[in-house]
Design a protein around this ligand. Structure first.
Ligand code: ZN
Length: 428
């Protein structure tokens, strides 16, 4: 067996896409008389500084000899259009089965989904493993290439995506995909197939808006289901179609940590107490302060902001419904002191609030009688010693809430996939 790892062939300006380059490499391997067992589409840490659009790395599992693989890569990497100097393709050839890679390679893959990994570290691990490298430019893509080779051992949860590609002659022109056929197929295959459409936004999210070769990508639990949906969509002619096994929709980027231990640029699941009422700021972005779950209001030392940005649409209503004292478990990327929410679980809801007492005679709200002097009604001469507890109507229930499909990161796990602690409120 031979495993090929490939990354950083995306080009922002020229619209190339690593999944397409991998598909082309696989096709050439078959033309050379080889057999291609499968293609892996591996999503890595979404927040890395060098990321190209989707931050995807690809692995090809094949039976061709390593020399054939290397020669094929050499001729195909030029497809990656290195005229874009931000594109620095890297490929690796491993002369072994995907399940037989070293612990070092598997660990590297696991880390690359959760933190930024250096090119020099990737070169060292790849050299130790005896993998052959083919690069253009700085070869930055070796990081993803190595992670893609280690992915089969590193991750134990997999989903599938069937991607169709456009004929090269129409790249950059508007895509001709029949929206009704997309919605019909998505409806019929849900929830085995997910994130095909966004019903709330009435959007076919499986059809990208960027230039480039992808016509549409169908995601779900089984190869049969995603391919069947892909087949039933009416569109312009499909040039080529490819099935990928992938860590998309698995939360492979998320790690657990207490609020005080969050590191910049990583993605976490952390339990926290809501410190203040959520605030909607300019642009429609919603922010809420979070503190340690186990500290009282007065002694809270650590605090962060959690954010639901405007593109997360209706998800913001759930964040706005939070109140001080609620306990939540929040998931998202932590950057510059702010956790960009992907999903959260409501663990405990406060059901009372402390309010200024109403006057027993006129029922109007009393006024403060001064510091530590309680409240009074000037009109009626009544007084009260302090605030009173009133039951609070809540617009949110216990359980998990998530961003809608239109705002979902490739790697983030949709609630409909299951396996979450607590109730779920899936978006579709
Ligand atoms: Zn009164």
């Amino acid at each position: 067996m031979t495993v090929i790892g490939l990354d950083d062939t995306d080009s922002r300006s020229l619209g190339m896409c690593t999944t397409y380059v991998a598909t082309r490499v696989a096709k050439r391997l078959v033309q050379a008389g080889g057999r291609v067992e499968e293609l892996l589409l591996v999503r890595l840490l979404p927040s890395v500084e060098y990321k190209t659009r989707g931050n995807a790395a690809l692995a090809i599992h094949t039976d061709v000899a390593p020399e054939v693989a290397r020669e094929t890569l050499d001729s195909t990497l030029d497809l990656a259009m290195t005229g874009d100097d931000r594109t620095n393709p890297g490929a690796l050839v491993a002369d072994c089965s995907p399940g037989d890679v070293s612990d070092g390679v598997a660990t590297f893959a696991k880390r690359a989904a959760r933190e930024s990994c250096s090119l020099s570290r990737a070169r060292t691990v790849a050299a130790e493993a005896g993998f052959e490298a083919v690069t253009r430019g700085t070869g930055r893509g070796l990081v993803g290439a190595l992670a893609a080779i280690g992915a089969d051992r590193a991750f134990d949860e997999w989903t599938y995506e069937c991607i169709t590609y456009r004929d090269k002659s129409v790249w950059g022109t508007p895509r001709d995909v029949d929206k009704e056929s997309v919605f019909t197929a998505a409806q019929a295959a849900y929830p085995t197939v997910w994130d095909t459409v966004d019903l709330g936004e009435c959007d076919a999210v499986c059809v990208p808006r960027t230039p480039g070769p992808v016509l549409y990508g169908i995601r779900g639990e089984t190869p049969t289901a995603v391919c069947a949906v892909a087949d039933s969509i009416e569109s312009e002619p499909v040039d080529v179609r490819q099935l990928f096994r992938t860590n998309q929709g698995t939360d492979a980027h998320i790690q657990d940590a207490p609020l005080r231990a969050l590191l910049d640029g990583r993605c976490y699941r952390t339990t926290a107490r809501v410190l203040e009422r959520p605030e909607t700021r300019e642009g429609g972005h919603v922010f809420v302060g979070l503190g340690q779950p186990d500290e009282s209001e007065t002694e809270s030392s650590e605090s962060i902001l959690a954010a639901a940005f405007e593109p997360t649409k209706r998800f913001r209503d759930h964040v706005r419904a939070l109140r001080p004292g609620d306990t939540i478990t929040a998931c998202g990327e932590f950057t510059d002191g702010t956790l960009k929410l992907e999903k959260f679980r409501v663990r405990d809801l406060v059901d009372t609030e402390r309010v200024t007492p109403p006057c027993p005679s006129c029922e109007r709200s009393m006024e403060s009688a001064g510091r530590d002097a309680g409240y009074r009604c000037r009109e009626c001469g009544t007084s009260a010693p302090g605030r009173i507890e009133r039951s609070l109507e809540r617009d949110i229930e216990a359980g998990w809430y998530e961003v809608p499909p239109c705002a979902r990161r490739h790697i983030a796990k949709p609630l409909i996939r299951g396996g979450f602690d607590g109730a779920t409120h899936p978006e579709r």
